[in-house]
Design a binder for this molecule. Sequence first.
Ligand code: GLU
Length: 287
Amino acid sequence: MRPDYRTRFAPSPTGPLHLGHAYSALVAEDRARRSSGAFLLRIEDTDTARCRPEYEAAIHDILGWLGLRWQPPVLRQSDHLARYRAALGTLIDAGLCYPCACSRSDIRAAFSAPQESAGHFGPDDPIYPGTCRGRGMAGMTGGHAVRLDIAKAIALLGDVGQLTVTETGPDRAGVWPLRRGELIDQIGDVVLARRDTGIAAYHLAVVVDDAAQGITEVVRGADIFEATKLHRLLQALLKLPVPDYHHHSLIRDDQGKRLAKRDDARALSKFRADGATPEDIRRLVGL
Ligand code: GLU
């Protein structure tokens, strides 16, 4: 592990934390402790429609109950919107962005057109079919999202195979070079700023904040492994430092089914109310 190890747990206050979150936070804190490093907390609250203050308060409460201690200050993304605007401005000035007026149903409709390759799913959604690609930023209005033109971004960087993701997790440990085809086919033109609020979307905010918090190793679930290639691309475009990544396995239920992020039956607060101890939670997630 790197010297001066720093990692973070970055929940979104869109619901109660469940066993999967506990696993992520405990793995991150264990890794920080073992390398005498720092464990930080970040509240990823840029999705203003879904985030609620009571969920944020509950995150602090339940993590404290679990015995986790983080190095202050807590980073709340909603306190740093200017930082994301600046990063977005850099990408816009480099000519890599376009405004997009498509709604989710427009995108779904494009997929049912016979010439489109349906069935591709990117980090957030179906891969964007490119309907608005080529529009100039001058035509941007309030109802537009901002998308990254990923082919242009790759062209600007040149040989993206020089860019690598260092993975330390249990399943895919190694050094993974980016591949142009994979980025285009499996990630596509992702949203960098939301249509509803104009606020930075997850992929942009996460790379800006991992740099701002000096993170040396990102610990998170394996479901974000593929999106990490996009994060590496954004780090190169924004000239940000590059952490290592540790994608842990996902917690599954007794039937081997992956736990849904919004499975309230697995909420930590429910286990706590039913008399479970923090040690029981550790045992339940296999630590
Ligand atoms: N807010 C994201 C989540 O809860 C964090 C992902 C990450 O750690 O990068 O899934």
